[in-house]
Design a protein around this ligand. Structure first.
Ligand SMILES: NC(=O)C1=CN([C@@H]2O[C@H](COP(=O)(O)OP(=O)(O)OC[C@H]3O[C@@H](n4cnc5c(N)ncnc54)[C@H](OP(=O)(O)O)[C@@H]3O)[C@@H](O)[C@H]2O)C=CC1
Ligand SMILES: O=C([O-])CC(=O)C(=O)O
Length: 264
């Protein structure tokens, strides 16, 4: 029998994850925002039930995938964990809110389960978290995306996206600020912070680059382990240029790990 998956939010990423879901897993429930429920139900057909709250989900899913944006995690995360279900989180920026982070930890303890912060659009979070065990002195993160990837975000109030002719830094601040101000674009800032030196000590630069079609992430870390610099230049998803393809693939990986005896 197939193992059951629940997905919160079925947008660009949810669609891509569903397309690539390993065969032994079955997406049976989607929790969507009420106003999108009927449209998503029509898109998915009868085999997947689209609901608007955790209470409507029946059975025991092997994993709940949050692909809903920061509001979706805020709306449903605690209820999932209280039920004792394992939750994979992609809208990591929501965890910059310490109260939400604490509430999710409390719910996970109460439900005797865990939530997993997915690596998302970047690589190297394993190495960064390991390096932290020995002490980290400095961690910086820079995201560089094309103007269309920043459209509809707070960037529009900081820079004339359609007028830039050279790569332009429009935000410098902490990971916590970046994650709050750019909820669909700077979740990685929070991921780097959680794996490394935290929301306040992680410094972030956001760049609009009219010469690129990629979403590029650069992480630099220094500490007792030595130092590393990672630059990852990812293709955006066609359906949402804010979101990197690798972010969706990191959700698929979390699903694959349910099936393999060796976890890599
Ligand atoms: N960690 C990482 O590296 C990355 C994380 N992300 C995160 O992943 C999220 C999803 O990306 P993507 O699929 O491209 O975004 P989309 O906007 O395409 O999809 C999000 C979906 O979730 C739905 N949604 C919104 N609110 C709720 C809610 N309260 N309950 C259930 N569903 C809800 C949205 O509905 P509606 O359209 O009505 O709002 C939409 O269908 C991003 O918002 C971002 O937070 C993205 C890229 C990288
Ligand atoms: O997908 C990406 O390139 C990163 C992203 O949107 C985010 O960090 O929220």
């Amino acid at each position: 029998m197939n193992r059951t998956i629940v997905m919160i939010g079925y947008g660009a990423m949810g669609h891509e994850v569903h397309r690539l879901l390993p065969e032994a897993l079955s997406l049976e429930w989607v929790i969507e925002a009420p106003e999108r429920q009927s449209a998503v139900q029509a898109q998915l057909g009868e085999r997947v039930r689209v609901v608007s709250s955790v209470d409507e989900v029946k059975g025991e899913p092997s994993l709940v995938l949050e692909c809903a944006g920061q509001q979706g995690l805020r709306a449903h995360g605690e209820a999932v964990l209280h039920r004792g279900w394992r939750l994979a989180v992609i809208s990591v920026g929501a965890l910059a809110d310490q109260a939400l982070y604490d509430a999710l930890c409390e719910a996970a303890r109460a439900g005797d389960t865990q939530f997993e912060v997915l690596s998302g659009a970047v690589a190297g979070m394993d190495g960064l978290a390991a390096a932290r065990e020995g002490g980290l002195d400095r961690v910086t993160y820079e995201a560089r995306k094309a103007p269309r990837s920043w459209q509809g975000s707070h960037a529009e109030t900081l820079v004339a996206l359609d007028k830039v002719t050279v790569p332009t830094v429009f935000f410098e601040g902490t990971a916590g600020e970046a994650a709050r101000l750019f909820p669909a674009n700077a979740n990685v800032a929070a991921t780097v912070a959680l794996a490394g030196v935290g929301m306040e000590a992680t410094t972030v630069k956001l760049v609009v680059d009219p010469l690129t079609t990629r979403n590029t992430h650069r992480i630099k870390a220094e500490g007792r382990f030595g130092q590393f610099e990672i630059e990852l230049s990812g293709f955006p998803l066609e359906a949402n240029p804010k979101t990197s393809t690798l972010a969706a693939l990191s959700v698929v990986r979390a699903c694959r790990q349910l099936l393999t005896p060796a976890v890599v």
